[in-house]
Design a protein around this ligand. Structure first.
Ligand SMILES: [Fe+2]
Ligand SMILES: [Fe+2]
Length: 293
């Protein structure tokens, strides 16, 4: 693939375009008619419950961003304040209503910023550390948004197969359309930092160490019960058949940017380990006879 130069202007234009193209989805614009609620609940209830929570946690993600990047620039501010948060919070509210229609309990987002983030945030007052935090933030965004894209694709196919057209067309499709733009923002931002040589070798080294130690699948918040829930989501979406392929998909950006010179790093090992751990925790829980959340 020819190397594309990502300029700051290109990223700013992308953010502006996303804002213009995709206003937040209004609650009353969706049709939550479900033809076969029992079937949809059985198949997708726990997945919708998980995603509703993750989407609603955007408010914590914004707080984390402000802790990690105290000197946030205008493009990043515009992205999280005018595009990302307003879009994601609507995804959360809509999915939460849908899953409650199906008889699931209301999502309970974790809104407290973790101690680890606060520590990194305190260190991020030092500019060189903040640049490391910024790269990690973009890589996290790229990986989690990619997970969202893949999940919504599978859910949408499943809803269509079940003949749940209203949900597919007015809920999942509009949400699904907004995720690739988020992914592209993070991917471009991380790529630009590397292309512009913003990090010295010691900062790249630190970024690799921290990434390997702190990688978490979307919404797991480093907590075992959410890891097990995520294992249920992965299994429910049928992604457990090829965890390596899935790891490659959600780790492609960092494999290229962080580990380009490391042989055999096409699939970052820590991502594959996180996936296996989640699926194992889920199976263990099933074995103990606890129903999925
Ligand atoms: Fe979303
Ligand atoms: Fe998103």
């Amino acid at each position: 693939m020819p190397k594309q130069v990502i300029t700051d202007q290109k990223i700013a234009d992308h953010v502006r375009r996303l804002g213009d193209l995709y206003p937040p989805i209004a609650l009353d614009s969706v049709d939550r008619t479900v033809k076969r609620p029992d079937l949809v609940r059985d198949r997708f209830g726990h997945i919708l419950n998980y995603l509703a929570r993750v989407e609603l946690e955007v408010d914590r993600n914004v707080l984390e961003l402000l802790v990690l990047l105290p000197d946030v620039d205008e493009t990043n501010r515009m992205f999280y304040a005018d595009v990302w948060q307003p879009q994601e919070i609507q995804h959360g509210l809509i999915l939460d209503r849908l899953q409650q229609d199906l008889g699931m309990t209301q999502a309970e987002p974790v809104l407290d910023v973790s101690f680890k983030i606060k520590v990194l945030g305190a260190l991020a007052n030092l500019r060189p550390i903040q640049d490391v935090a910024r790269l990690l933030y973009f890589l996290t965004g790229a990986s989690t948004e990619r997970q969202a894209v893949l999940a919504y694709n599978v859910i949408n196919d499943g809803m269509k197969q079940l003949g749940e057209d209203a949900i597919s067309e007015t809920v999942i499709t509009p949400i699904k359309q907004q995720e690739p733009g988020h992914f592209a923002f993070y991917q471009m931002s991380a790529t630009a930092m590397i292309q512009q040589g913003r990090l010295k070798p010691w900062q790249m080294f630190l970024a690799r160490v921290l990434r390997e130690k702190s990688y978490n699948l979307v919404g797991t918040n480093a907590m075992p019960q959410y890891k097990a829930d995520m294992g249920g989501v992965i299994t429910g979406l049928g992604l457990d058949d090829d965890l390596e392929g899935y790891a490659r998909e959600i780790g492609r950006v960092e494999a290229r940017l962080l580990w380009a010179n490391k042989k055999g790093m096409e699939v970052p090992g820590y991502i594959l380990r996180a996936l296996r751990e989640s699926v194992d925790l889920y199976r263990e829980r099933l074995g103990r006879g606890v129903a999925p959340a």
